[in-house]
Ligand binder design. Structure first.
Ligand code: ADP
Length: 498
């Protein structure tokens, strides 16, 4: 008899379900998009039932499409868009409001107030985060105030949850109110050192403990799937935030191992082992996963404009038709001709943290053409990612040995080779680049004993492609210097407070 594991990958724009077999190969996949709601500039919401229904439909349909018998499904793992905030009635399950999506900026004034009250250092030290409206805490605080829910929250009539919590509550029998440590570590309410909700933050945001979920291991049975859904009770055996899931799916189990996901933006995470590393360059410290009550930690950095720079070439500049063309165009030149593009369209994140910087192209000459701009855009994705890797290496005093990659733009081998050249280390792409789903599947399979330990899981991970550095040390230094010079020209472009 064969055994299978299903990952539910609930993302920002779509809900997917992916079936993996015992060798961690993909057997079938189904996804449904759902509506993005923008009630005001800077506000983003999802309809909670649209999240739930698209996810349940994907689950039912993938099982039907695959034709595998339901009794052969050993477990289900849930991975999710992080930080998105929901509140619902404990009795009826009815959401009190739309889900407030991680991208939503409506609570920026609340976060500003926390900083004015001198909580920045506390947030950094206990939660590992930088005070920001992305994280769930200020969103939950806003909801309780706006809808005047404090009494009901205190009386235990309401549940707060991120998407993992909301799905587990709705999909499982007995309605478990749980979240895992990775999702908890994105709320700005969770002490990542003690593994408990932080009273100082709860008080500052006026959030009663009664509304919060219980924090559980990343891999472990939280309940069984409601028998109505597939006609059988299947253990739901993992909850994990999407980026953490991708790090696990890349089997980056040892300290120093890291992964980069090249999507619209890029997300780089480095395993730092059983101690949280603090960052001098404004990277986030986060729980990588919690297994058997023991946390592994990670440093996380993101590039705001990654693949989006390529979309910009296509949709605004109209100098390419398809993202995939950029590889051949970039290869048509022997080098970048000294042209650098800094895609600081929305400011720059770590390690620069300058929201007043703006996009810049420098080094233009009479001979500069379309190919130079395209190549510079691809190189900018690698340079920005390299800045994160250099910062992480400085923060934890280790040299990068290998970067594991996934995401849509990891299809571009020019980009991966250039990344390897600039980092001076191997860049490795696995056969399965649905790494986010894979991580949740592996964590769920681990919980039910389909795989016995991390060593066995490591054996399932397979390389598709390895890119080794080819650039000489001198050239590498020159390139990085050129990039940093270009970045310096883009910084503080807007006048502050104008
Ligand atoms: P997301 O999950 O953020 O929507 P994906 O992982 O689907 O993103 O990747 C899509 C992004 O990758 C887009 O921004 C696109 O421009 C970029 N992209 C896709 N294919 C290529 C390619 N061959 N070369 C460069 N960029 C690419």
């Amino acid at each position: 008899m064969h055994k299978y594991v299903i990952a539910l990958d609930q993302g920002t724009t779509s809900s997917r379900a992916v079936i993996f077999d015992e060798q961690a190969r993909i057997v079938a996949m189904k996804s449904y998009e759902f509506e993005q709601i923008y009630p005001q500039p800077g506000w983003v919401e999802h309809e909670p039932m649209a999240i739930l229904n698209s996810q349940t439909d994907a689950l039912r349909d993938v099982v039907r499409l695959s034709g595998i018998p339901v009794e052969d499904i050993a477990a289900i793992g849930i991975t999710n868009q992080r930080e998105t905030t929901l509140v619902w009635d404990k009795k009826t399950g009815e959401p009190v409001y739309n889900a407030i999506v991680w991208q939503c900026r409506r609570t920026a004034p609340i976060v500003k107030r926390l900083c004015e009250d001198g909580l920045e250092g506390h947030i950094r030290e206990t939660t590992g985060l930088i005070p920001d409206a992305y994280f769930s805490g200020s969103k939950l605080s806003w909801l309780l105030d706006k809808l005047d829910l404090h009494e009901r929250a205190k009386n235990g009539e309401l549940c707060f949850g991120t998407v993992d919590t909301f799905l587990a509550w709705n999909l499982c029998e007995g309605r478990p109110h749980v979240t895992d440590a990775t999702n908890a570590s994105r709320t700005m309410l969770f002490n990542i050192h003690t593994n408990d909700w932080d009273d100082t933050m709860l008080e500052a945001l006026n959030i009663p403990r009664e509304i919060l979920p219980k924090v559980v291991d990343t891999s472990g049975i939280v309940g069984v799937l409601d028998v109505e859904i597939l006609g059988r009770e299947i253990p739901v055996a993992a909850l994990v935030g999407d980026q953490h899931s991708a790090l696990f799916g890349q089997c980056s189990f040892e300290p120093g191992m890291m992964k980069n996901t090249y999507g619209t933006g890029c997300f780089l995470l480095m395993n730092t082992g059983d101690k949280p590393a603090s960052s001098k360059s404004g990277l986030l410290t986060t729980v990588a996963w919690r297994l058997n009550g023991k946390c592994t930690y990670a440093l996380e950095g993101s590039v705001f404009i990654g693949g989006a720079a390529i979309q910009w070439l296509r949709d605004e500049m109209k100098i390419i038709e398809r993202a995939s063309e950029t590889e051949t165009i970039a290869r048509s030149l022997k080098d970048n001709g000294g042209v650098y593009l800094v895609p600081a369209f929305t400011g720059l994140g770590a390690p620069y943290w300058d929201m007043y910087s703006r996009g810049t192209i420098v080094g233009l000459t009479r001979g500069t053409g379309r190919a130079h701009i395209v190549r510079a855009a691809l190189e900018s994705i690698a340079f920005q990612s390299a800045d994160l890797v250099f910062s992480m290496s400085a923060d934890c005093g280790c040299r990068p040995v290998e970067l594991r990659v996934d995401g849509g733009a990891s299809a571009n081998q020019f980009l991966l080779q250039f990344q390897s050249d600039i980092l001076g280390c191997d860049v490795v792409r696995p056969t399965i680049i649905e790494t986010t789903a894979l991580g949740a599947a592996l964590l769920a399979g681990l919980a039910v004993g389909l795989w016995k330990d991390l060593d066995e899981i490591k054996g399932l991970w397979q390389k598709d492609l390895t890119l080794q550095p080819k650039m000489g040390e001198e050239q590498r230094k020159k390139e990085i210097m050129g990039w940093h010079k270009a970045v310096s020209r883009s910084l503080k472009w807007l006048e502050e407070d104008n």
